[in-house]
Design a protein. Structure first.
Length: 319
């Protein structure tokens, strides 16, 4: 297949491009480098089956030649207000990527009769009242809160994708992605994995915002990409959760990072720079992914972190 991947220079987008190429597909990457990095695609530069278009998906998209698949991953994703790459500091760009970007990429799919996959998020569930979260749960979201630019952009993107599926008969997929980690995460994006690993490698105390009792479910990037690829090839048109269903508190996670890096320092608690509406619990119900895709995560948190640490050590000049 010849597949357009937006957000190709991002953390997940670059891993997806790599996987698609390894499966024998031709890939057209698209990114405007607002949050993505050219370094993430540097190793693909000489691949004859990879091409790149620098473009903002909020503007009309033209791709020469036939397109068989469209995978829309373009969007800021970090909730950290202390990071220049966090969506609190890119609110308009975030809304445009979810609204106009989804509209424009669906237009490409419609024009070419291509299969379409939307990268949605666990954030559409908000601060959930249901636990774990099933795809049938409608969410508990504040439409004007500090996280709303991301949450509502993705909720709108899902609605628009289903509208194109129902009205224009576009062959669509929606993946709801839960917390993911691995190589190519931005060091300065402010999320918990790069924050903790950097601090630990520098032998500093780990900073937790709040009491650390809030939970997340961390999925290693290779496992996530496997689930996404299986969904893309499947016949499932309704949303599917893809993530790790092993729940862990941020406090436990910090202790795990310290142990795996040999960091002798402990943990400090702060409230500064903490974004409001922080979900207190986050865990996917992946029953549908298991049943429909035959997928479940294979990499333990400890093994995944061990594979991720060398990337950060190299970026920090500590390798």
């Amino acid at each position: 297949m010849r597949i357009l991947v937006t957000g190709a220079a991002g953390f997940l987008g670059s891993h997806l491009c790599e996987r698609l190429l390894n499966e024998g597909h031709e890939v057209i990457g698209m990114d405007n480098f607002v949050t993505g990095s050219p370094e993430n695609l540097a190793h693909l530069a000489n691949n004859e089956h990879f091409s790149f278009i620098r473009h903002d998906v909020a503007n009309f998209i033209f791709v020469p030649g036939k397109v068989d698949g469209v995978m829309h991953f373009a969007s800021p994703a970090s909730p950290n207000p202390g990071s220049p790459y966090g969506y609190p500091n890119l609110p308009i760009q975030t809304m445009k990527a979810g609204a106009l970007g989804t509209h424009n990429t669906l237009g490409v799919a419609r024009a070419h009769g291509a299969r379409y996959l939307l990268a949605s998020t666990s954030e559409i569930y908000g601060d959930p009242l249901e636990h774990p979260q099933k795809e049938t749960y409608w969410g508990h979201c504040d439409p004007i809160g500090p996280r709303s630019v991301y949450d509502e952009a993705k909720r709108y993107a899902e609605a628009l994708t289903m509208a194109y599926h129902r009205y224009h008969k576009i062959d669509t997929r929606i993946v709801r992605i839960f917390n993911t980690y691995g190589s190519r995460m931005r060091l300065d994006d402010g999320r918990v994995v790069p924050n903790f690993i950097q601090q630990a490698l520098r032998k500093e105390p780990l900073t937790i915002y709040g009491d650390g009792l809030q939970t997340r479910s961390f999925c290693f990037v290779d496992d996530l990409i496997e689930g996404i690829y299986r969904l893309f090839l499947s016949d499932e048109t309704m949303p599917v959760n893809v993530g790790n269903d092993k729940e862990i508190s941020i406090l436990e996670f910090a202790e795990t990072i310290n142990r795996l890096t040999g960091n002798p320092h402990s943990i400090i608690h702060r409230d500064e720079l903490r974004l409001g509406d922080d979900p207190q619990r986050r865990q996917p119900d992946i029953s549908r992914a298991k049943a429909i895709l035959g997928w479940s995560p294979k990499t333990s948190l400890e093994d995944g972190i061990k594979q991720t640490i060398p990337y950060f050590a190299e970026k920090l000049g500590l390798a």
